[in-house]
Each structure stands twice: as C-alpha cells, then as structure tokens.
Write a protein that binds this ligand. Structure first.
Ligand SMILES: [Zn+2]
Length: 134
C-alpha cells in the first residue's frame, strides 16, 4: 500500500515550474548544433568573434563545445578542466542523434553505428588542423 505522505502534488507542482524556468535559462545549444559548429569555417568564426559587449567577456572567451562565453581567459582555462566541459567533450565524441539513425535502427535501410567524432582538446585545433592540410 502506498504511503500517504508521498503526495503527488508536493513533488511536482511549484517545484516543477521553477525547474522548467531554470532549464530554459541554462539551455545551451544542442549537441548536433555544436557538431555543425565544429566545422572548420564556423569554428574559426565562433572563436574569433568581434567584440560584443552584450555577452560576457565581450565574446572573446568562448567555449565552442559548451556554447558558453567566459569573462576572461582564466575562467575559460578553468572551465576546460571542469567536469561539465569534460562531460560535454565526451558526449560530442559520438555522432549526434539523427532521424536517419533512428530509421535505420527501426529496420529502414542498413544499420550503421554512430561515427566517432574527432574532438581536439584545444578547440583552436578545429580550424588550424584543416588549414595545415591545405
Ligand atoms: Zn566547455
């Protein structure tokens, strides 16, 4: 028999509402968007943005993998060592979920496991690597 004290209302109303607001506030780009941004051209643009005083650090310290701005280089370097950043890098190493993948898994066409994605530790390598090759 379920205990009376665990009422549904207590754990969901109010608390849930607040949680939702925070979630959208903290919401950054989705993994597939970031993987698109990791293309050399976009990466170069994002990491060399013009000075914009509307965003933290005038858009000069940006973590591409987490789609976040930092106030200064010190904070950015600190962020690279953080748990959130490392977890994000790990998530980015597998190809983003696509509709095609879901269809393949459901039996449409041939199943192919998600491709591993190259995520360099230094985000500047995203575009420098490509220019080295050319
Ligand atoms: Zn990061």
């Amino acid at each position: 028999m379920p205990k009376k004290s665990r009422s549904k209302n207590k754990s969901h109303s109010g608390v849930d509402k607040k949680g939702k607001i925070l979630k959208t506030k903290r919401k950054t780009k989705d993994l597939d968007e970031i993987q698109k941004n990791m293309a050399a051209e976009t990466a170069r643009e994002l990491l060399n943005q013009p000075v914009d005083y509307d965003v933290p650090g005038a858009a000069q310290h940006y973590c591409l993998y987490c789609a976040r701005y930092f106030v200064d280089d010190h904070n950015l370097q600190h962020h690279f060592k953080s748990k959130t950043h490392k977890r994000r890098v790990k998530e980015l190493k597998t190809e983003a979920y696509t509709v095609e993948e879901a269809e393949r898994a459901a039996g449409k066409g041939q199943y192919r496991p998600p491709k591993p994605v190259n995520v360099p530790g230094d985000q500047k390598n995203l575009y420098q690597m490509e220019t080295d090759v050319v």
